[in-house]
Write a protein that binds this ligand. Structure first.
Ligand SMILES: CC(C)(COP(=O)(O)OP(=O)(O)OC[C@H]1O[C@@H](n2cnc3c(N)ncnc32)[C@H](O)[C@@H]1OP(=O)(O)O)[C@@H](O)C(=O)NCCC(=O)NCCS
Length: 167
């Protein structure tokens, strides 16, 4: 079966993404997070994987502010999901690669992610690159990918307001 990757566009997409997130994650946290990010205008990029008119995967990127300002923009990758019965078939990788290349095209210098390095490491994410970033969820699962070859940044990161309400 073949799928295409395209930006989220319509209200129908929003409903399809909501259903996907509720199916892919054990709790409603991620679905609620994406709804809030959308309502707040804090989705820097939302790409969907579509197959036969149905949304089977999605990746979201959000803007992150760093203090002191490193002089380039930073996005966070969160969340990413694929329908359970379509996981392990390359869809999450295709979404990540498409998102990273759009981030690069948009002039983003750094992408941050919280997650398993077994998945994100293959795209070049490196925990060392996030070492100097202060944020509540810093730790061994917090990684960065430089898109502009600058040194690892240091500073206090601020995510969109929707993240502050996460339990
Ligand atoms: C994580 C997720 C998006 C990956 O998408 P996918 O389409 O299944 O990924 P791919 O088929 O491109 O997998 C690529 C590789 O990553 C591995 N992988 C997939 N999900 C993984 C996970 N949660 N942890 C570690 N490794 C994972 C796969 O085993 C595969 O490895 P292989 O190539 O060595 O066999 C998907 O599994 C998913 O929706 N999981 C539930 C939601 C979730 O946990 N999202 C991530 C947190 S935001």
């Amino acid at each position: 079966m073949s799928f295409t990757i395209r930006p989220e566009q319509t209200i129908d997409d929003a409903a399809g993404i909501d259903a996907l997130l509720r199916a892919a994650f054990p709790e409603a946290v991620e679905a609620d997070l994406v709804q809030r990010l959308r309502a707040d205008g804090d989705l820097a990029l939302s790409l969907v994987a579509e197959e036969n008119g149905a949304i089977i995967g999605q990746v979201a990127f959000v803007p992150i502010a760093l203090d002191p300002d490193p002089g380039y923009s930073i996005w966070g990758l969160a969340p990413i999901s694929v329908l359970p019965h379509r996981q392990g078939q390359g869809i999450g990788s295709a979404l990540t690669e498409a998102g990273l290349s759009q981030a690069e095209a948009a002039g983003v210098g750094l992408v941050l992610v919280l997650g398993d390095q077994n998945f994100y490491g293959r795209f070049g994410f490196d925990t060392m690159l996030a070492d100097g970033i202060e944020v509540a969820w810093a730790g061994p699962y917090f990684a960065g990918l430089s898109l502009n070859d600058t040194a690892a940044p240091r500073g206090k990161a601020t995510y969109p307001a929707a993240f502050a309400d996460l339990g």
